[in-house]
Design a protein around this ligand. Structure first.
Ligand SMILES: Nc1ncnc2c1ncn2[C@@H]1O[C@H](COP(=O)(O)OP(=O)(O)O)[C@@H](O)[C@H]1O
Length: 191
């Protein structure tokens, strides 16, 4: 799938506000890819598709997991707010001809992160957190930090996101705890 095709696809699947968010995530993802030496084309495509399942109903998401049980890998057991990334990666792979495992992984873990995140996974996670329209306290510091030290920015972003979920009394996805532990350990073992 080309970026032009991805743009058209998501324009038809998302409301205006989320489509604008998607374009902002793409812009930030390309800037981060250029800064850190990732492939800007892959970053653009993953960013354009990351929220492609965000406006599906709970029943539609569960149907996607049911129809693709092997690749869904117990997705339904994870907290519902993270389902859309898992479902988007499944749709990209099974319906829209996206076969690049790096792109699929970045889409799949864009809400939670995971243990052993690739450079592209980190870029899409951070681009989603720091796209132009985000205005939560601390976002300016994250925007600066992600161009100076991507792992430290990721660590801070994961900590803030986990705190936000906990403060809302919602269950935290274990993948994000594993992601945080992993990135903390990489920072601690730097030479
Ligand atoms: N680690 C997590 N565990 C459980 N829920 C989470 C986690 N991280 C984020 N969420 C929830 O998932 C929702 C969707 O996050 P996200 O995909 O970043 O949304 P959007 O890009 O539309 O703002 C957030 O509202 C948040 O409450």
């Amino acid at each position: 799938m080309t970026c032009k095709e991805a743009k058209e696809l998501v324009k038809g699947r998302l409301g205006d506000k989320r489509y604008r968010h998607t374009l902002n995530v793409k812009k930030m993802a390309v800037a981060l890819a250029e800064r850190w030496g990732a492939d800007p084309e892959k970053a653009a495509l993953a960013a354009l598709l990351h929220d492609s399942a965000k406006e599906l109903s709970r029943a539609e998401l569960l149907q996607i997991f049911h129809d693709n049980a092997i690749i869904a890998n117990n997705a339904a057991q994870r907290p519902a707010p993270v389902w859309h990334g898992l479902a988007a990666a499944i749709l990209c792979q099974t319906r829209w001809g996206v076969s690049d495992p790096e792109i699929l992984s970045a889409i799949r873990c864009h809400t939670t992160g995971k243990k052993g995140m690739s450079l592209l996974d980190k870029i899409i996670y951070m681009a989603d957190m720091t796209s132009d329209e985000r205005d939560f306290p601390g976002v300016e510091e994250l925007r600066k930090l992600e161009f100076e030290d991507l792992d430290k920015a990721l660590c801070t972003a994961l900590e803030q996101s986990l705190q936000f979920v906990k403060d809302g009394g919602k269950p935290v996805d274990p993948e994000s705890l594993a992601a945080l532990e992993d990135v903390r350990s990489s920072i601690a073992h730097r030479t």
